[in-house]
Design a protein around this ligand. Structure first.
Ligand code: PMP
Length: 427
């Protein structure tokens, strides 16, 4: 049993010693003391079904035994030395990760977070292209560091600082977007930005393949193919942010970009790659990697033995436990049940996503698509009371994000949907 400080004591200390910009979920924040696969436990031993996986980070499951064992064994031998010496773990992990990539994406860089991965990708794009301008989608989240904040396009996260040349193009959002699912018209906006807002040349384009923080928004079908062509013609490189969508979570494909039939020039990863370890990666082509060779590039903790051993175990577990197929199977069951729930409750404006990357957008008026912000907040608290932890997203905070650890089962999905049905009926 837990005999540490209470939730109130922790919160008080947090307020005193941690920055005031920190936010927490729930009016009375949860004190989580233990995790096991798709379950989390609070200080009273109450179990919660985790449908948000520490913001889409715990891929294999909380404290998955095989990943835990790999980390523990490596911890006992050597935790740190850096790439100034050789170590097999980083090389083995890079080889395994490269083997998962299509095309010529064969050169791996390890970093410690998603923001760092996107910083590095942006640096590569600018060096390789010789241009400065970056294009990202409105409603995107690519990080909170002082330069990735420029790529992020949700005002809740953006501090007013100089961002450099960044163009935020119209989001190809089939539900809320001005052009519906018409990828060509959205792609035209990218062309327009290049023609009217740049010298005609850009450094690159970055997009999540299903927007995460923005509320599980899947891009209009065919969009990336058209935009990649436009960006390449303007001298830029195309970056896929797979921080949330990678590693089989979408079910139909191992990488989110594959759902749009494209091969990016640079792929960035974090979160699920480490099942909770602080780990990120950038994978690119030898041609792009070559521009980095004009200087030395170093990251003290990037690819350290412990994170590399853990990351390698994650790749192994996802394959061994057939998690991609599992995400497809459980995800289609979950989405099917949520769509049935949509027939029953008018508040559900949209159910979308792929595999275990699912969004439920709540509206007060289906025709106007008015965000049901207040009701979402109430349901969110009530779901916690019913033992289900959801994510929340979208600029208006009216989208439930269901992105559980990939070991989530159909029974778990049923419990979640039944709980949501109950909570909505009580509204
Ligand atoms: N890209 C995406 C798509 C993300 O969701 C996030 C984090 N929410 C990031 C980048 C930044 O990752 P980190 O918080 O590890 O810096």
């Amino acid at each position: 049993p837990y005999n540490g400080p209470s939730a109130d004591q922790i919160l008080e200390k947090r307020k005193k010693f941690l920055g005031p910009s920190l936010f927490y979920y729930y009016q009375k924040p949860l004190n989580i003391v233990e995790g096991k696969m798709q379950y989390l436990y609070d200080e009273n031993g109450r179990r919660y079904l985790d449908a948000f996986a520490g913001i889409v980070t715990v891929s294999c499951g909380h404290c998955h035994p095989e990943v835990l064992n790999a980390i523990t064994e490596q911890n006992k031998l050597l935790q740190h030395a850096t790439t100034i010496y050789l170590h097999h773990a980083i090389a083995d992990f890079a080889e395994a990760l490269a083997s998962k990539m299509p095309g010529n994406l064969k050169v791996v860089y390890f970093v410690n977070s998603g923001s760092e991965a996107n910083e590095l990708a942006m640096l590569m794009a600018r060096l390789y292209s010789g241009n400065l301008g970056m294009i990202s989608l409105r409603n995107a989240y690519h990080g909170g560091s002082s330069s990735t904040i420029g790529l992020t396009a949700l005002n809740t996260w953006k501090y007013p600082i100089p961002e450099g040349e960044i163009h935020h193009v119209i989001n190809p959002d089939p539900f809320r977007g001005v052009f519906g699912s018409d990828a060509t018209r959205y792609a035209k906006d990218v062309q327009d930005h290049i023609e009217y807002g740049t010298s005609g040349k850009v450094a690159g384009f970055i997009a999540e393949t299903i927007q995460g923080v923005g509320g599980a928004v899947e891009l209009a079908p065919g969009y990336l193919k058209q935009v990649y062509d436009i960006v390449h013609k303007a001298g830029g490189v195309c970056i896929a942010d797979e921080v949330q969508t990678g590693f089989g979570r979408t079910g139909s494909h191992y990488w989110g970009f594959e759902t749009q039939g494209v091969i990016p020039d640079i792929v960035t990863m974090a979160k699920g790659i480490g099942n909770g370890l602080p780990l990120g990666a950038v994978v690119t082509t030898p041609e792009i990697a070559n521009v980095m060779a004009q200087k030395i590039q170093f990251n003290t903790f990037g690819g350290n033995p412990v994170c590399s051993a853990g990351g390698l175990a994650v790749l192994r577990v996802i394959d061994k436990e057939k998690r991609q197929a599992h995400c497809a199977d459980v995800g289609s069951h979950l989405i099917g049940r949520l769509r049935s729930l949509q027939d029953k409750h008018d508040i559900i404006g949209d159910v979308r996503g792929r595999g275990l990357m699912v969004g439920v957008e709540l509206v007060t008026d289906r025709k106007e698509k008015t965000p049901a912000k207040a009701k979402t907040a109430i349901l969110f608290e009530n779901m916690r009371e019913l033992g289900v932890l959801l994510g929340k997203g979208g600029l208006h905070g009216n989208v439930f994000r269901i992105k559980p650890p990939m070991c989530f089962t159909k029974d778990d999905a049923d419990y979640l949907v039944d709980a949501l049905d109950y909570a909505m009926s009580k509204l």
